[in-house]
Write a protein that binds this ligand. Structure first.
Ligand code: NAI
Ligand code: MG
Length: 359
């Protein structure tokens, strides 16, 4: 059976790193005998918008819903199309309409990359942030009254549902269970947000009963951010509400160096809808067109996609190839953001050759 993957490169460096992501994917597919079929689409980018007046065709949902996964580059070109139109008109629609309720970001210090945290070496930082991606603090419940008067009042409610919280906690516990350390940390703030957060803690405690092998701790979000910086080695799987997870999922990867290498996944774990895999970075207009963008974030996202599709061995092989190339390649192959003077293609090609064992 073939896996059907929709490929949307997007804008700017998205179109430059995607070919390297595809090359690595195809290399892994050959090595592990995985049948993948890629279908490239030209929508969800700013040029499509300029031509059609919208980011997506009207029937985009029908076009994408039967794919096994979506492999995404980066969207946005603020000079051509305002960000709120390009992002809300594409990426955020996918996340919402395909109920991708888990946002997953690995935070792992790779060899050859300098952590901004002094003295940290590969092995010290290796954890996941699991962010609730559909509800919580980012709700549309609320409003403004008496606008422009002295009585002006504005309210936005946090919405946490048992369905929404339990399913993301379950995902995080299941993930922790597959990892050697089997540790889960919950982000809370029950001392300040005294209704929803004690309830969140209760949901965590109840879920923990079903996973006796996983050890659980929790921190208030303020000290948790400090601990990401002071003690990144404490963490294995960190689960958080939408807002807390948003912050942690930027801080975590930032502790591991350049944004060019960070991957992410927006997952619908039940597979009712396709999940979406994309690098953390955006379209980087400042370096677009120069061919020097680091393709590792895109390639690693592809590894997460293969793992999601049930091929962890292939995903692991891609990550191992990335690590070996970063460790061994000379500077003529590496991109400038990791201290080299090579380009997107030289780094991508080296990784793909390594995946197939040809280097
Ligand atoms: P950005 O991530 O595109 O760039 C930030 C900085 O990191 C830039 O200096 C860039 O050169 C550098 N950088 C990013 N990726 C790199 C790579 N692979 N290799 C080497 N250097 C890299 O963020 P920025 O500049 O704030 O946003 C640019 C556009 O991207 C905007 O339209 C924004 O809305 C969009 N964006 C889209 C995202 C997505 O598609 N998920 C995520 C973040 C931003
Ligand atoms: Mg963010």
């Amino acid at each position: 059976m073939a896996y059907h993957i929709a490929v949307l490169a997007g804008d700017g460096i998205g179109t430059e790193v995607m070919p390297e992501g595809v090359r690595a994917l195809e290399a892994a597919a050959r090595r592990f005998n995985i049948d993948i079929e890629l279908t490239h689409f030209d929508f969800a980018c700013c040029d499509y918008y300029l031509e059609h007046g919208k980011m997506l065709p009207d029937d985009w949902r029908d076009m994408l819903i039967d794919f096994d996964a979506i492999y995404y580059g980066a969207i946005g070109w603020p000079e051509k199309v305002p960000d709120h139109i390009s992002l809300w008109g594409s990426l955020l629609k996918f996340r919402r309409e395909f109920d991708q309720y888990v946002n997953l970001r690995p935070c792992r210090l790779l060899p050859g990359i300098k952590s901004p945290l002094a003295g940290r070496v590969p092995g010290d930082i290796d954890f996941y942030v699991v962010r609730e991606n559909t509800e919580g603090e980012y709700s549309s419940v609320g409003g403004t009254m008496f606008e422009g008067t002295e009585r002006e009042v504005v309210i936005q409610e946090t919405v946490m549902t048992r369905h929404g919280v339990d399913r993301v906690l379950k995902y995080a516990f299941e993930l922790a269970q597959t990892r050697p350390r089997r540790k889960l940390t919950s982000a809370t703030k029950s001392n300040g947000i005294a209704i929803t957060m004690p309830w969140w803690d209760k949901r965590v405690a109840e879920m923990a009963e079903q996973y006796p092998e996983v050890s659980v701790d929790k921190f208030h979000i303020d000290i948790l951010t400090a601990n990401f910086v002071m003690h990144p080695d404490w963490f294995d799987v960190v689960v958080a509400s939408n807002l807390f997870g948003d912050i942690l999922s930027d801080l975590g990867p930032a502790c591991t160096g350049t944004i060019g290498v960070a991957p992410s996944a927006n997952i619908n774990p039940e597979g009712k809808f396709p999940s979406l895999f994309e690098p953390v970075h955006g379209s980087a207009p400042d370096i677009a067109g120069k061919g020097i963008a680091n393709p590792i974030g895109q390639i690693w996202s592809g590894a997460m996609m293969l793992e999601h599709l049930g091929h962890k061995d292939a995903g692991d092989a891609i990550l191992a190839a990335i690590e070996t190339v970063l460790e061994e390649a000379d500077s003529s192959i590496l991109t400038p953001d990791v201290g080299g003077h090579g380009n997107t293609a030289s780094l991508g090609q080296a990784i793909s050759e390594r995946i197939e064992g040809r280097l």
